[in-house]
Design a protein around this ligand. Sequence first.
Ligand code: B1M
Length: 206
Amino acid sequence: MSKIQEIQEMVSKGKTKVVAGLVQEALDEGKQPKEILDAMIESMGVVGDKFSAGEIFVPEMLIAAKAMSKGVDVLKPLLAGDSSVSLGTCVIGTVAGDLHDIGKNLVSMMLESSGFTIVDLGVDVPADKFVEAAKENNAVLAACSGLLTTTMPALKQTSLALKDAGFKVMVGGAPVTPEYAAECKADGYAPDAGGAVTKAKELVKA
Ligand code: B1M
């Protein structure tokens, strides 16, 4: 079994104590941070499929998420980009009713390392809290993440509230499509963390 496969297996089994070490070993073997990250994301897809099939339950999903976070912690400094420029403040959060934060944290980390000052509002963030924080921090961008089809309406409500208050908005998360982003009247959409950086930079320069 390759190191990458071992990482994937340990993430999906929620082995929180070994993932960080394995990620470090993979790096020492010369594996690229992005390759390791993508492998862990794929692993979470498998975890999701097993959940859908009724083979595992919420606690197993949660512990897998914790295991992945340990691996991401090791990759964090290596995924950093050029932050020598200051692009302004971005408020970021996962919308009301939604507790998923790995994707949001990745987007947040990549935006920070590309030069944004990040105000991370966490998970289950109501629309009014987003607006309040954007005002308080004089944000140049608000980034809203949503992972559940059931919280898509909250994503739309949040985006519309931020647009009404005069802020630029980017939305994303697995169930979000460019069409839905348009329905949210968001200025931008990105399918992944790398795309979020490109789109965010485009939006603040526009
Ligand atoms: Co849940 N969950 N979960 N879950 N969970 C999903 C999302 C699900 C697809 C699993 C499945 O059934 N196959 C499913 C949603 C189905 C749907 O809505 N259609 C689901 C469900 C049903 C649930 C519960 C309802 C289960 C229950 O209680 N019965 C419950 C809801 C709780 C709530 O939020 N109110 C629930 C709970 C949980 C845990 C708490 C146990 C845990 C989350 C822990 C945590 O985040 N700290 C969890 C997990 C781990 C998952 C899966 C397995 C993994 C999510 C993840 O971290 N992926 C997930 C299955 C899956 O994703 N295939 C699943 C890795 C992460 C890097 O990807 O978050 O997609 P992602 O982020 C990507 C992109 O989406 C994008 O960039 C990221 C990096 O590339 N992106 C953005 C994200 N935000 C962005 C913002 C942007 C731009 C891009 O701009 C602003």
